[in-house]
Design a protein. Structure first.
Length: 155
């Protein structure tokens, strides 16, 4: 998908479309595939981009730092958000490729809210959450994991 410009453009439009007109003032995303999609969706919506970094890497300024609950692999991620990137009137949309347990999304939501921002929801390509989690995080997806064709493991 990332190599095919038409497919990538269609995915970016699809992610943006479900939140167009919802008052989103910025898109946030977790590195690394989230950065690619999130920045593109921010451009599509005509708003700014707020990066959420994982533990490693340079990230200047005052930050909010949280450790997520375990993800689908049982790993906790330390996530960092620059405080100055989120204002009290901001309404942030989280963009990612796939949401499973929602642990990182819930962590980002708490960080955004601590900075005074408001949560718009999550735009993802694939949603593998439960109905309750989907509703609680405001997940809108292009497809659900159940809609994907079975993968044989062969190319």
């Amino acid at each position: 998908m990332f190599r095919d410009s038409r497919a990538l453009a269609a995915v970016v439009r699809g992610l943006a479309e479900s939140f167009r007109g919802d008052g989103v003032t910025a898109v946030c995303a977790i590195e690394s595939r989230g950065f690619l999609l999130g920045a593109a969706v921010a451009v599509e919506l005509g708003v700014g981009f707020v990066p959420v970094r994982k533990r490693e890497g340079i990230f200047p300024g005052a930050k909010v730092t949280r450790c997520s609950d375990p993800d689908y692999r049982g790993l906790r991620q330390e996530l960092r958000l620059q405080r100055a990137a989120v204002g009290s009137g901001d309404r942030l949309l989280l963009v990612d490729d796939w949401i499973g347990t929602g642990s990182q999304a819930a962590t980002v939501r708490s960080m955004v809210e601590e900075c005074g921002g408001h949560w718009a929801g999550c735009a993802v390509i694939v949603d593998q959450t439960t109905p309750a989690l989907r509703a609680g995080l405001g997940v809108r997806s292009i497809v659900t994991a159940a809609e994907l064709p079975a993968w044989s493991g062969r190319s």
